[in-house]
Write a protein that binds this ligand. Structure first.
Ligand SMILES: [Zn+2]
Length: 166
């Protein structure tokens, strides 16, 4: 028996119990601590069988989040999922509409060709965190961007290419 309800969209960060912005050291510490708690060898006799399924999920979560490239890919997936949830929600309060020109262009890759594919824009939020969005997300019609540090959501106005009249 367990008091935990199944959470279908539980993230790998949730599995480890860390924040989405946790450092590699924090992720490792959370993994070791979770592994200690859930490892089958450490279970007390008669311990809740509900815990049995945890170790593979914890190991999988750590396996992804401990590899920078895998984590980046997972973060992108997570972000798309959040975007979809945002878009599906009618109760989203959009705090502002901001022209893309107000954003700072951030290079997300060293390789020039990759840069072109991964143009990323950043705008500081008043909470001290920032809104970050990739050009291809905008082009895919995902114009709602949530701040990574607070609950504010803004709509990004992707204007016409240079040379178009205003
Ligand atoms: Zn914020």
């Amino acid at each position: 028996m367990t008091s935990r309800r199944p959470v279908p969209d539980e993230s790998l960060y949730d599995v480890l119990g860390v924040a989405a912005r946790a450092s590699p050291a924090e992720i490792r510490a959370a993994y070791l601590s979770a592994a200690r708690r859930h490892h089958p060898d450490k279970q007390q006799p008669g311990a809740s069988p509900a815990l049995d399924g945890h170790m593979p999920r914890i190991t999988h979560a750590y396996g992804v989040l401990s590899v920078p490239s895998a984590r980046a890919e997972y973060d992108a997936t997570l972000k798309r999922r959040e975007q979809a949830a945002l878009a599906a929600s009618t109760s989203v309060r959009i705090s502002a509409e901001v022209d893309i020109d107000a954003f700072e262009l951030v290079a997300s890759a060293d390789d020039v060709q990759e840069q072109a594919a991964q143009l990323r824009f950043k705008l500081d939020c008043r909470c001290g965190s920032a809104y970050v969005v990739e050009l291809r997300e905008l082009e895919a019609g995902h114009d709602l961007v949530g701040c990574s540090g607070c609950s504010l959501v803004i709509r990004v106005l992707l204007d016409a290419p240079d040379g178009a009249e205003t």
